[in-house]
Design a protein around this ligand. Sequence first.
Ligand code: PEP
Ligand code: MG
Length: 572
Amino acid sequence: MRFKGVAGSPGLGIGYAALYEEPNLDWQHVVYSGIEGEKARLNEAIVTFKADVTEMANRALEKHGKEHSDILKRQISLVRDPFFLQQINDLIDGGKVAEGAVNEAAETCVEIYRSTGDERIMQRITDIMDARTRLLTLLLKVETLDPSTLPPETVLIGKDLPASIIAALNLANLAALVPESGGFTSHGAIMARSFGIPLVTGLQGVFDSVKNGDQVIVDGNQGEVITSPDHETLSSYVAKRQSYLEDQKSLNEFLNLKTLDADGQAHLLFANIGGINEAKIAKANGAEGVGLFRTEFLFLDRTTLPSEEEQFRIYSEVANIFAPNQVIIRTLDVGGDKNVPALKLPKEENPFLGYRAIRFCLNEPEVFMTQLRAILRAGAKEKNLLIMLPLVTSLDEVSSAKKILETCKGELQAKGQEYDQAIKVGIMVETPAAVSMAEELTQVTDFFSIGTNDLAQYTLAADRGNAKLGQLCSPFHPAVLKSLKRVIEAGKKANKLVGLCGEAGADPLMIPILLGLGLDEFSVSPSSVLRVRREISHWSLERAKNLTNEVLSLTTTQAIKDHLQKALKTAP
Ligand code: PEP
Ligand code: MG
């Protein structure tokens, strides 16, 4: 069968389906089998739990380091805890099924921890709830897919594939991703592009029509998924994949070059990353710096928050990888489609318009300051780190954040710790409010980076993750293009650097407009760096400016895209 969706991440993946589903942990149907029967089930689940979690802790040690592995080991000590076990056994003696007993004992522990009011003890609550879920899964014998142990050539298919699941995947074995819900700028798609994994999203019916192990073709260039292909189709896609890979290879000639336009003028070409691995991939792909470090990705696939030391180590390593070039670290941008389980944020009616990003950080100074201290310290050696604030809508937010930053500097000074005293602070321009206030915002910031993913969503009141609105939520809408012009002009007037880190920066149709408007810095996914460098090399500034002027006089998204497509086809 053939399914048409949104091309979320380029490339062709051919492999075997693995279906991902949120586990159903309802135990109301379980019948009490007597004290001995329930205790035997409990013991069996605990033995498996210990073996599974020990293995996960060992894997986590390799992937994330000791701190993360220790978190998992703490879960093992919890199921050994005599108080916890006694409670479960008492509840079973009182006639509860093992599932109900585990759940109630976990809730009692949570209540006790919560009542201490001690921040460090309260952090263990997530550990308890995680251990509870894992034990319930084992008791109910619910089949769950362990994202870290996928077999080779897996095509992972889900109704939804949350960013926290994608963050935990063993990428080496992944052929492609197919989340039925989502759009081009949803974070699953962004992560897939970073890692160069084909992804198709925004399609219906695939999940219900395939079985685990079925052969699947995922065409991330055209946005197509083909299940159980016949021999002829399969061979044609194997050939297509070969020529795609060859084109990819030919990009290598741009690897060690500067990013020059056709006039020989240099432009900054940075990458968007979410961690050390992507930093290394970005560097290997020729990125000249980091225009956006999505630090919230460090918080996703775990049950506790990363400490100041852990963050310090990660930011320092990325600073070293790119030194002396710049690395722009965005402070925690949680909320929207990025839920951080460890923060236990309440569900909201309108998460993209809700309590998120800078709004959350200003309200949770402990979390914010831990991160700011880590960035300040990591910038001490190379002095190449910059701080960027997300979702800014007012000058007040910038001043409040800067005040908190000054407090952090004072704390580090008092402790005699080294830090970058002159670290620069910029903002994401991704709300219509920030565009309207761009001129004023230049007075309180050192640089701008335009986030077209959110800017298109908020300007056009169209959910970026809703595939049905994909045509509407476009950075080529004249309202968004006018915003780009205004922001870049405001930056130029104030002599402040303006970058762009939304996904539009890698779109061949958008590149001439950004060159024509005089953008200072492009920041794109690591897998797009060389393609963008090749694209920029085709444009002289005069031609880009002329085309930009023509486009800015047009009044609909379609007319703009048609005009750009024609111009690209007739390019010299
Ligand atoms: C953006 O909004 O354009 C952006 C780069 O940030 P994110 O995609 O993480 O929201
Ligand atoms: Mg954004």
